[in-house]
Design a protein around this ligand. Structure first.
Ligand code: AQP
Length: 345
């Protein structure tokens, strides 16, 4: 047995495994609100399943979160909540690095350098920029426009090869490949071309059934939602809109609530709901009640552990500080190489 940093004992085999060379994986989450089941199913569950196969770095990307209106007074709380919820969901800090982006200023330094390689025209085509610009008409700032370049810097700073994300971020990772290629061609081979990795739930739709589940759209169920709130939100969720009355047969193929069942209910429940919805044996309320019960059951331990960590945040802060120290070392090395190749110092 070997003693780990947190004092826990781990088998020697385990320590040997994490010290052998693995491909580096990088991903991030914005502290822009409560972590929701879209983040969980689309990204976090996948991150957890990859912990042993990759050298994993996860960032709470606060510099990204400031590109939309926010309250500075609650930013630190949001950062702790995001880290705590991820840890509670299973992102074990003994098997990965978790840190806050702004604690490693090299992210913005590299972003500036990569800006000089990125054509404006490519950024103008980014779907997320177009969507967010529409949602934030009064605050279409340069940071929002430049978001994908900072994201590229986040990944390349650690020479990340694999980037597990939801579908909404695929275009950004494609861009990061292009920027890495441009850098390598212009200054010399330094960066791997990052590849995205999707989960089995790449795009979870919001409770409105129309938009991607999103913190800023207020169409989500968070991982620390109270059980009654889960039921309240689900009871208002949009289903098959052609089903006007309880006696009308429904169509699970076009029902977002049925899609959510796929991630929280058993195969036999799915079969039964599918059949009984089509024959109008069950109504939408019954169907939502089963989903709500299953969701509450799955999320209960995450909620409990998150609240425990949030109410006593010293351990989370420690984890984040340790993570930042480790990342700072890697980032400094990369920046030395970048500056040297570019003739900067
Ligand atoms: N609805 C979703 N379905 C699948 N994956 C999703 N992700 C986000 N929403 C869904 C993935 O979760 C990871 C972290 O997301 P983020 O917080 O960094 O960024 P986001 O995509 O901007 O998340 P939100 O909730 O939509 O935040 P706001 O509203 O603040 O912009 C990413 O891998 C993302 O793909």
């Amino acid at each position: 047995m070997i003693k780990c940093m947190n004092g826990r004992l781990k088998p020697f085999r385990y320590v040997l495994q994490i010290t052998t060379m693995k491909k580096r994986l990088f991903s991030g989450i914005q502290p822009s609100g409560e972590v929701h089941i879209g983040n969980y199913l689309g990204a976090i569950k996948n991150w957890i399943s990859l912990l042993d196969d990759y050298d994993c770095i996860f960032s709470i990307v606060d510099y990204h979160a400031i590109t939309i209106e926010y309250d500075p007074g609650i930013m630190q709380e949001r950062i702790i909540n995001a880290a705590a919820t991820n840890i509670a969901a299973g992102l074990d800090p003994d098997r990965c690095i978790i840190f806050v982006q702004s604690q490693v200023p090299e992210h913005t330094e590299l972003a500036w350098i990569l800006n000089s390689l990125t054509p404006m025209g490519i950024l103008e085509r980014m779907t997320q920029f177009k969507d967010k610009a529409q949602q934030n008409e009064k605050n279409i700032n340069v940071g929002l426009f430049d978001y994908p370049v900072l994201q590229t810097a986040d990944i390349l700073l650690y020479k990340g090869c694999t980037v597990p994300i939801g579908e909404d971020q695929v275009q950004h990772v494609e861009l990061s490949r292009e920027i890495a290629r441009k850098f390598n061609a212009r200054y010399g081979d330094l960066f791997p071309e990052p590849q995205h990795l999707l989960s089995n739930a790449p795009r979870i739709m919001g409770l409105d059934g129309k938009n991607k589940m999103s913190k800023s759209m207020n169409n989500y169920i968070s991982l620390i939602e109270e059980p009654e709130a889960i039921w309240k939100k689900l009871s208002r969720a949009v289903t098959d809109e052609n089903r006007k009355r309880r006696d009308d047969p429904g169509n699970p193929d076009i029902c977002n609530v049925y899609t959510l069942h796929k991630y929280f209910s058993t195969d036999s429940e799915l079969d039964r709901i599918n059949k009984e919805c089509r024959s109008a044996e069950i109504g939408c309320v019954d169907c939502k009640r089963i989903l709500s019960d299953n969701m509450i059951k799955e999320l209960a331990p995450i909620r409990e552990k998150s609240l425990e960590l949030i109410n006593n945040p010293a351990n989370v802060i420690d984890t984040l500080n340790t993570g930042a120290e480790k990342c700072k070392k890697i980032a400094e090395e990369t920046m030395k190489e970048v500056r040297s190749l570019m003739g900067l110092r």
